[in-house]
Write a protein that binds this ligand. Structure first.
Ligand code: GLU
Length: 524
């Protein structure tokens, strides 16, 4: 028998050494509406091989879908799925409304199936325990209690191993929901805010510098020396109005936009005065403009600006949804600050919430930041002017519809999602469920907070100091020219060489000594 080999009704007949039949090839038949149809073959080496074209398989699945009522599990989380009011008078799918409910309505319209929505028993999205057990909607899918999960269910690697996902119908990332900062208590010294400390110090230095230089140049230039008695020009007594005190008085007078009775006479001192006036004009107008902005806008600054700030502090608590992908993200992250955040959250399990709504309520109470998915944050901030998103996205992912592993419905549903996306229906639904008249409600507040003012620092007004310095230099040169000019007009036997006279005068100015020069020029 073992040696027999012939072609029979079931194909080639031959046996191995144990008498078992080898080279068996079977046809795979499927019962269709028109009867049994060959859809593939099976043999020991290659296993099952389907010969039906992909389109035919898809057609078949679509045909099956038309006669089915799918069990869909979801979770209450606005605006994805919400209970319609009055909930007690409604039954079946009519009890629910929301973005996901509309999406499944559209998909069922395209694919022609019926569906029945029910809520997940344990109120969880689905996470894997240490023992490898799933909970929430994923669990119901694995246990075949549902055919689809349609909710804000994030596509994750861990979940993909247990169930299948369609292509994403929404893209998002984790971000931070936080309460907008309270209005700042007005500061008694807020008049100092328009300029930075650095600029205030520079201003004070410029004031001192200009006053002293004015004093020195006024002494140097002969044109500031005038007879002390205007009616007696020949008395020989000369006076200089720019004493040290008067020099300080003159500069402060113009800085305060008031002026003084002291007026420069020489070109050099007039140059200094002009530069100083120009400097004060620009500085005072910049100060006034910025002060007006500071007094009308109360600066609202959030104590945190991103996840790194959260990780670096301990006064503000932070948490996320229990049994969700956000928690898994932090648990499995290898990034230093997220790891640190996970350690802090884990040490204090009360920071985890059972629903997003609970998280939002905690944020509103204050001193708590909620790590939430960006689309949900957008929904909440649209509806509550007191809430805001802090920083950007910590990751990037999508929501998908979950099906049991190997489900034939995955591809047609993915195709339907693609169609909804291309037709712009997903966008319209997003608009429908997310947008609100936020502009109207929060408009005023938004405007106030969006205009930000900041103190003027050296980069803004530094140019004015340069102009002032250049002007002072110019005034020094003129003052020296004036001195030389006047000295040269004295006869040679009345004076020493110009350079000696100059050095002597400078020494006199510095040491506040009596000017010998004063007598000479008066006699000229
Ligand atoms: N979308 C999440 C999930 O699928 C739930 C929300 C969250 O974890 O922030 O588990």
């Amino acid at each position: 028998m073992k040696k027999v080999k012939f072609k029979g009704l079931t194909g080639l007949v031959e046996f191995d050494q144990n008498g078992m039949r080898t080279s068996v090839s079977l046809d795979i038949l499927e019962l269709k509406e028109e009867g049994l149809k060959k859809v593939g073959t099976w043999n020991q080496q290659a296993g099952a091989q389907f010969t039906t074209p992909y389109e035919a398989v898809l057609d078949d699945v679509m045909r099956q879908l038309k006669n089915r009522t799918l069990k869909i599990v979801t979770i209450i989380n606005p605006p994805y799925t919400m209970l319609k009011e009055p909930a007690d008078q409604l039954s079946g799918n009519d009890q629910f409304e929301g973005y996901c409910v509309d999406i499944i309505g559209e998909i069922s319209r395209i694919l022609g199936f019926k569906y029945h929505i029910h809520l997940v028993r344990d109120g969880a999205h689905g996470t894997k325990s240490e023992l490898g057990e799933w909970n929430g909607m994923i669990r119901e899918l694995i246990d075949k209690e549902a055919d689809l999960v349609l909710a804000d269910l994030t596509i994750t690697y861990e979940r993909e191993e247990a169930v299948d996902f369609t292509m994403p119908f929404m893209n998002l990332g984790i971000s931070i929901l936080f309460r907008k900062p309270m209005k700042k208590v007005p500061n008694l010294f807020s008049f100092l805010s328009p300029l930075s400390l650095e600029v205030w110090i520079y201003m004070a230095t410029a004031y001192l510098g200009v006053s002293i230089l004015l004093f020195m140049l006024a002494r140097l230039t002969p044109y500031e020396w005038v007879p002390s008695h205007p009616c007696d020009q020949d008395s020989g007594v000369l006076e200089n109005q720019f004493t040290l005190l008067n020099s300080f008085w003159f500069t402060i007078g113009s800085l305060m936009q008031q002026g003084t009775e002291v007026a420069p006479k020489a070109i050099s001192t007039r140059v200094i005065a002009t530069m100083w006036w120009f400097f004060t004009l620009i500085m005072i107008s910049s100060y006034t403009a910025n002060l007006a902005a500071f007094l009308t806008i109360q600066r609202l600054k959030s104590p945190i600006e991103g996840a790194d700030d959260l990780a670096a502090q301990s006064s503000i608590q932070y948490g996320c949804l229990n049994s969700g992908s956000t928690k898994t993200f932090f648990k499995e992250s290898n990034i230093f600050s997220y790891k640190k955040m996970w350690a802090v959250m884990q040490a204090q399990p009360s920071v985890f919430t059972e629903s997003n709504q609970q998280g939002v309520e905690r944020v509103l109470k204050g001193n708590y930041a909620y790590l939430m998915e960006s689309t949900s944050i957008e929904y909440m901030t649209e509806r509550n002017c007191e809430l805001e998103q802090i920083g950007g996205l910590l990751d990037s992912k999508g929501y998908g519809i979950a099906t049991p592993e190997g489900s034939p419905y995955r591809t047609p549903i993915s195709n339907a999602i693609l169609r909804l996306q291309e037709d712009g229906i997903l966008h319209l639904l997003k608009e429908k469920w997310w947008s609100s008249n936020k502009e109207e409600r929060c408009g005023q507040e938004e405007k106030k907070t969006s205009i930000s003012t900041s103190e003027l620092d050296l980069a803004n007004v530094g140019g004015m100091f340069v102009v002032l310095l250049a002007g002072l230099g110019f005034a020094c040169i003129i003052s020296v020219i004036e001195f030389i000019w006047k000295t040269k007009r004295l006869s040679k036997n009345e004076r020493d060489p110009v350079i000696l006279e100059f050095m002597r005068e400078v020494r006199n100015i510095i040491c506040c000594g009596l000017s010998s020069y004063r007598a000479k020029i008066s006699s000229e």
